[in-house]
Structures are given as structure tokens and as C-alpha cells.
Design a protein around this ligand. Structure first.
Ligand SMILES: Cc1cc2nc3c(=O)[nH]c(=O)nc-3n(C[C@H](O)[C@H](O)[C@H](O)COP(=O)(O)OP(=O)(O)OC[C@H]3O[C@@H](n4cnc5c(N)ncnc54)[C@H](O)[C@@H]3O)c2cc1C
Length: 474
């Protein structure tokens, strides 16, 4: 591991490539009303939920089929113009910014379920379907798709960022749950990777290469994912703790003794206060763990008892249970809205989100040192964590007009990443690299690994037109 570089947080120089009028004319001729040049549409597609900014793309193509994607890509390739795939726009690290200009290819209208194979526990979908729409579409099958980033992200975007969320501690991330893909390559060819079989040793694992490639290697147009039986019994519980350390040490022990907990989320006392105000709740304003247990009634009971015993050793207050679906939905909605609750707590602010993930045994050290640091900085913040995975997010709530606050927040992010790397962790557990973490990737993997990524990128996208300027500089 190299020492982290100070330039890790800087937006790379904007180097807009020419978008010839001939390409715009060709796109309009082929796509008609599916191609928008409207300023508001372009601006909406040229930003994400993060805090970085760049000029918008020159046009937005709303693809409605694989053929639309392939033809848009062929046209852009002919003129060597960048293309940025767009799902639901909820990414956080500058993924969607047109830092080299170009066109946005929005796949949100490709939102159909193509086939449900309930007996095999798989479903094949178009990339624009969102995780909530997918679960709604399969609700009568007795199955569900567990991956749940806080936002209602698209399955294509989630595959492209290798997303996870609150359920990953039990069900894994997109890495474990994408089985097969249809992909439009940089030249406009349509290829298939993987199958619906549970496992395969057939050559290079291109599915896993595409998952997490952030739109830089191809545009996914069909995705097959695993589904899971809805658990027979589900119980959610909140437990408040005297300190963050007590909550984290409880989590570590839960994981180390192998309780198959489905969700275990840390929310610090600042964030509980913000969530109470936003979601009109009356949760105790103390650090808390929000947990969920899945299984048979007997196994849920057994897991809950084990966890209660552990929590009480660390001073956890009496559990509050939410056993009806309505109570659970209210709690998890409040958790998923924590980001928006935090942003509303300081009107006009932008959140700089961190995403470090460390081996579980180092979670308390990493988290507690980082809390001390942010408390001393005076910058308002929120703290939530998928702590069962060793993954946590600070959101530094900065005034976007204050260079001083941005510099301070980025410096803390920088120190936090250095701390996580020194403990065997990663700069990004689930949000991806985008622009914001490009320097950190180099710190984490070293030049040899980044050079190998560059070689793959050059081989698959020799004109550097698929979401260029992301993950690493070419
Ligand atoms: C409040 C909030 C909470 C969040 N919580 C979590 C969380 O818990 N866990 C987590 O993992 N993330 C979380 N995120 C981040 C975000 O939701 C994820 O990164 C998500 O996977 C992005 O999906 P999207 O559809 O919005 O993709 P977009 O933002 O549209 O795109 C993301 C990237 O994927 C590429 N892309 C999109 N579609 C395709 C495609 N079909 N083919 C190829 N590339 C494509 C884009 O070019 C871009 O690089 C959160 C975000 C917010 C705002």
C-alpha cells in the first residue's frame, strides 16, 4: 500500500472533446423525440447526488431497447464522442459527470422484467428497472431481491457500481448476485456473459469484470440476478447504546460468533436526531443499532436472544421490536432517508460522503478515531454504517460556497481513507470510485493493479469513449 496522495479529492481538469453537429443531427434523425437537447434535461443527466460539478452532456438519448443502445453507441463511436450510461442518477462520486463532454445514454425506459425463473431463483431484467419496481413485480412469487442501496437505484446502475446496502451482511453485494449480462460494447456489438447456472468455470469471468466497471467498459442491457425466498419470519429491533464504541463492539461480536443476522446498521446520535426531525419519530437520541433477523420463527427467536445477550454485555438498552411489516417499513424508510434527513438539517449544504470499509476486527479502531477527528473539526456531519460488513459512511455537511469547509472535509476524508487502508480496508465499500476516489484507488491498489485496469480499458474501449475520465486517468 502506498501513502495516500493529497490530490485524491480534486476534480480532474475538464477537457471537453468536440461533439460534432453531424453526430447530433444523426442522433436526432435516428431517435427523434428520444433524443433531447433541452438544457434542463442535459443538466439533470450531467450530475449525480455527490458534490462535484461539470458542464452537462451535449445531448441525452433515451434508449428503449438494446438495439437503440447499440445504434447510439455505433454513432458515438463513429465520431469518437464520449458516452455516459445513465440509470437512476443516484450515484455519489461524480460517476455521471461529463468531464470530457459527450452524450448521456439514459436506459431508465428499459425497465421491463424479461423473465422470472422462480424455480431457479433468478430473474432477468432490463437495466432501467429500479430495485423497488423489481420487488413489486415479483411480489407474488414468494421471492425477493435483497440488495437495497438507500436510493431507489436501477439494477443497471447498481451492477455498474457493484452496489450493496443494508442486507449485504446476509445476502452479499451485486458482485455475488449478478449471474449473467447482455452488454453493448464500445463498438456497438452485443455480447453475453455468464449463464443462469449457479456456477461456471467457462473462461475469464467477464460478468464480474463488468460488475463495478462504472459504465467504462460496456453498457449493460440485460441483467440476470439471484432471488431469495421471502423469509418465513422477520423481526426488526432497535437497541440504543451508551456509546458508539459499545454499539460497534456488539456488532463485532455478533459477526465473529456467526449470527446470520440479515441487517445490522449503526446510526449515531446526531443522525438519530436528524432522522427524528425528518421522519417525525421519537427514537432515543443515542447511538443505536437497527437490526433485522430472517429465518424460521425458531431461528429468528434464537438469533434475537443471542444478540440481546451480547448487546446487554455492552450496555445496550432494552430492545424495541418491530414485528409487523408496517412498523418495519417505517423504520427502514427512516433509515434509508437518513441522508436526506441530514442534508435537510443544514439548509443549502452538500454532503461529502465517505465509504471506507475495514476488516471487522478493525472496525472499532477505525470508526472511533474518525469520530474524534470529525468532532474536533466543527463540521456538522452524519454517521451511518452497514457495520456488519465493516462499512460506514460519514457525510460531512459542508456549505458549498465555503472553500475552507470543503478543504477541511476533503482532508478528513483523506485521513480516514489512509486510516482504513492502513488497517487492511478499502476506500470504497459500495459507492465506487467515480471521479472523487480516483487518487484513493491508486493508494489502495498501487500502480501495478491500476496499470492492469488501464490495459483492460484500452483493449475494450480503444477510443476511450465509454464514460471516460472515471476510475483512473488514462
Ligand atoms: C440517499 C442515498 C443512499 C445511498 N445508499 C447506498 C447504499 O447503501 N449502498 C450503495 O451501494 N450505494 C448507495 N448509494 C449510491 C447509489 O444509490 C448507488 O451507487 C447506485 O448503485 C447507483 O445506481 P443508479 O441507477 O442511480 O446509477 P447512476 O447514478 O445512474 O449511474 C451510476 C454509474 O453506473 C453507470 N451505469 C448506469 N447504468 C448502467 C448500465 N446499464 N450499464 C453500464 N453502466 C451503467 C453510470 O454510467 C455511472 O457510472 C446511495 C445514494 C443515495 C443518494
Amino acid at each position: 500500500m502506498n501513502a495516500p496522495t493529497a490530490a485524491a479529492h480534486l476534480l480532474p481538469e475538464i477537457q471537453l472533446r468536440d461533439v460534432p453537429q453531424a453526430l447530433i443531427d444523426a442522433l436526432q434523425a435516428r431517435f427523434g423525440a428520444q433524443c433531447s437537447l433541452a438544457q434542463a434535461v442535459r443538466e439533470q443527466h450531467g450530475r449525480d447526488e455527490g458534490s462535484l460539478q461539470a458542464p452537462p452532456p451535449s445531448a441525452v438519448v433515451f434508449a428503449e431497447s438494446t438495439q437503440d443502445v447499440a445504434e447510439a453507441v455505433k454513432l458515438a463511436s463513429q465520431y469518437e464522442v464520449p458516452m455516459i450510461p445513465y440509470g437512476a442518477g443516484s450515484s455519489l462520486e461524480g460517476h455521471l459527470l461529463a468531464v470530457q463532454g459527450g452524450i448521456s445514454i439514459d436506459v431508465s425506459r428499459m425497465n421491463q422484467v424479461l423473465s422470472i425463473n422462480a424455480e431457479d431463483l433468478t430473474v432477468t431484467v432490463q437495466p432501467g428497472i429500479t430495485r423497488k419496481a423489481l420487488n413489486e413485480a415479483i411480489k407474488d412469487t414468494g421471492l425477493f431481491f435483497p440488495i437495497d442501496p438507500g436510493a431507489d437505484a436501477s439494477i443497471g446502475g447498481m451492477s455498474a457500481t457493484r452496489a450493496s446496502g443494508t442486507n449485504a451482511v446476509r445476502y452479499g453485494t451485486m458482485r455475488e448476485n449478478v449471474l449473467a449480462l447482455e452488454v453493448v460494447t464500445a463498438s456497438g456489438e452485443v455480447i453475453h456473459t455468464g449463464t443462469r447456472a449457479k456456477k461456471s468455470s467457462a473462461g475469464y469471468d467477464l460478468t464480474r469484470l463488468m460488475v463495478g466497471s462504472e459504465g467504462t467498459l460496456g453498457i449493460m442491457t440485460e441483467i440476470t440476478v439471484r432471488l431469495y425466498p421471502l423469509p418465513e419470519a422477520v423481526s426488526a429491533a432497535i437497541c440504543s447504546f451508551p456509546s458508539i464504541e459499545a454499539a460497534v463492539r456488539t456488532t463485532i461480536q455478533i459477526i465473529q460468533i456467526g449470527v446470520p443476522i440479515a441487517r445490522v446498521e449503526l446510526i449515531d446520535h446526531h443522525t438519530v436526531r436528524m432522522v427524528n426531525a425528518h421522519s417525525k419519530l421519537t427514537l432515543r437520541e443515542e447511538p443505536m443499532l437497527l437490526m433485522e433477523f430472517h429465518g424460521s420463527p425458531a431461528s429468528v427467536k434464537e438469533q434475537a436472544e443471542m444478540v440481546q445477550d451480547i448487546a446487554s454485555e455492552f450496555g445496550g438498552q432494552a430492545f424495541e421490536w418491530a414485528s409487523t411489516p408496517e412498523e418495519r417499513t417505517r423504520l427502514w424508510t427512516a433509515r434509508h432517508n437518513a441522508y436526506f434527513a441530514a442534508v435537510q438539517s443544514r439548509p443549502g449544504c452538500r454532503a461529502i460522503s465517505t465509504d471506507t470499509c475495514v476488516p471487522i476486527s478493525r472496525l472499532a479502531d477505525c470508526l472511533l478515531e474518525s469520530v474524534d477527528e470529525v468532532e474536533a473539526s466543527g463540521i456538522p456531519y452524519f454517521l451511518v454504517g452497514h457495520v456488519g460488513d465493516g462499512n460506514f459512511h460519514f457525510g460531512y455537511l459542508i456549505d458549498p460556497n465555503s472553500a475552507e469547509e470543503r478543504t477541511k472535509a476533503e482532508a478528513m476524508n483523506h485521513t480516514l481513507v489512509a486510516r482504513a487502508l492502513s488497517m487492511g480496508g478499502t476506500c470504497t465499500g459500495e459507492h465506487g470510485v467515480g471521479i472523487h476516489k480516483m487518487g484513493f484507488l491508486l493508494d489502495e491498489t498501487g500502480t501495478g493493479a491500476v496499470d492492469m485496469m488501464r490495459a483492460i480499458k484500452r483493449a475494450l474501449d480503444p477510443k476511450n469513449i465509454l464514460n471516460p475520465g472515471k476510475i483512473f486517468a488514462l
